[in-house]
Design a protein around this ligand. Sequence first.
Ligand code: GRF
Length: 202
Amino acid sequence: MRTVVLVSGSGTNLQAMIDALHHGESPVEIAAVGADRPCEGLRRAEAAGIETFVVAPGEHADRAQWNRALEREVAARRPDRVVFAGFMRIVDADFVAAFPGRIVNTHPSLLPSFPGAHAVRDALAHGVKITGATVHEVVPDVDAGPILAQVAVPIGAQDTEESLHERIKTAERQLLVDTLDALGRQRAASPGDARAAVRKAR
Ligand code: GRF
């Protein structure tokens, strides 16, 4: 399963993919890693010998042109899957339509609770006792696509946004790896519905 991963930050989810999937027996092959800015995630890809590219919004006239440039770079790698692994940009509906049913995002909450860029902070502020991570298909509405897999993480009385996010990320990395592995195996066996593939593998 040729996979293009998009990142914006520290890239620990990407690193988990590299460690668990890229060099092993997994059907997941990371064809390239793209970003909207120079970041640690790109450095991790380079260290693993994976091709990288950057499509920075500041170098394009408007959001639509940035989306088209990103779409061209991703499409040039002919991916079976596109993974948003801590990619902190919102893509437009045309980008989603260019890779129908093939984009997966990881999000640090139990969707549909706490969508958006401050999911961990929002969960703490709301006083929920359990949060977690969600891997889902990307649709034009933000953090709204069909859910592929989730993991729950209890919130402790002493948790700060940082401590909670670190614990979520530990669970999230494994969830992402397991889900992509399941998608890759299902694709190798027979193409079909992504959610059924994940259900079967669990
Ligand atoms: C993850 O929790 C992701 O869900 C969120 O930002 C974090 C990215 O972490 N959007 P990393 O860059 O993979 O370390």
